[in-house]
Design a protein around this ligand. Structure first.
Ligand code: SF4
Ligand code: SF4
Length: 247
């Protein structure tokens, strides 16, 4: 059972305020994913753990959270968005100069995907929303008002190389996750060993040893919470050589 914030569920009105960013696990984070913030404290980590490397499952759960929270309005900040290996400091600021709002965050996410020039099949929350029939995912049925989307259209927006979804037998899954999926790596010159990544890791696979961090990558679910939480910008998603070649 998903436990959501009582304050969110009992609020008279909910205004959802996401930032438009790339996400190394989920491709993009925007209106729908932002409502995951209504899952209470440590439960977020538990749900990351339950989803593991199954992005489809995780996306489905994000859509369920969005549907339950049901924001009245989503105001998305992409005045300065993020591209590259977001959502943490692995990403790079990307000025788009757009503040966009919608009552349907799914339609908003779909429109932002088009503006950035992304691939609908890689945007897992959008796929999940279409599967369960939440929000509008068909661009032909989305009416864009105001300045229109065209003038904000981006060229060469840098999307993360999210890698492959692990399918098939366990040994194959491990190979795919280890060799075809970006993994978190700390930059030792920046890491202050503050332990924040160790505390947030839902699978508890980061430890500090001999003045540096150690990872058990076999159990890493690539949620990149460690990247997002690092205050020094020391933790980054790093693309394995094989994924670079395949990409
Ligand atoms: S959160 Fe960043 S600075 Fe802190 S221990 Fe982890 S990598 Fe190092
Ligand atoms: S090491 Fe980082 S990416 Fe891997 S499970 Fe822990 S928090 Fe998630």
């Amino acid at each position: 059972m998903l436990e959501l914030s009582r304050h969110a569920l009992h609020a008279d009105r909910i205004i959802n305020l996401p930032k438009f960013k790339t996400h190394s696990q989920m491709y993009l984070t925007a209106g729908v994913k932002n409502t995951f913030g209504c899952v209470v404290g440590t439960r977020k980590a538990q749900w990351h753990f339950k989803a593991g490397t199954d992005r489809i499952f995780f996306a489905r759960m994000l859509v369920e959270v969005y549907h339950a929270v049901d924001p009245d309005l989503t105001i998305l900040d992409s005045i300065v968005a993020m591209e590259g290996d977001g959502p943490g400091t692995g990403g790079t600021p990307r000025p788009i100069g757009l503040l966009a709002a919608a009552t349907d965050a799914v339609a908003l996410d779909r429109t932002m995907l088009d503006i950035a020039g992304g691939d609908p099949d890689s945007f897992f929350t959008l796929r999940a929303a279409a599967d369960v029939g939440v929000g509008e995912t068909d661009p032909a049925r989305i009416r864009v008002l105001g300045d229109g989307a065209e003038q904000f259209r981006q060229r060469n927006f840098n999307f993360p190389k999210t890698g492959k979804i692990a399918v098939g037998p366990k040994a194959l899954q491990r190979f795919i996750v280890n060799h075809l999926t970006a993994r978190p790596v700390e930059d030792r010159s920046k890491c202050t060993l503050c332990n924040k990544c160790i505390e947030i890791c839902p699978t508890e696979i980061i430890s500090a040893k001999d003045g540096r961090l150690a990872f058990n990558y076999d159990k890493c679910i690539r949620c990149f919470c460690c990247v997002e939480v690092c205050p020094e910008g020391a933790m980054k998603p790093v693309t394995p050589l094989l994924l670079k070649i395949v990409s």
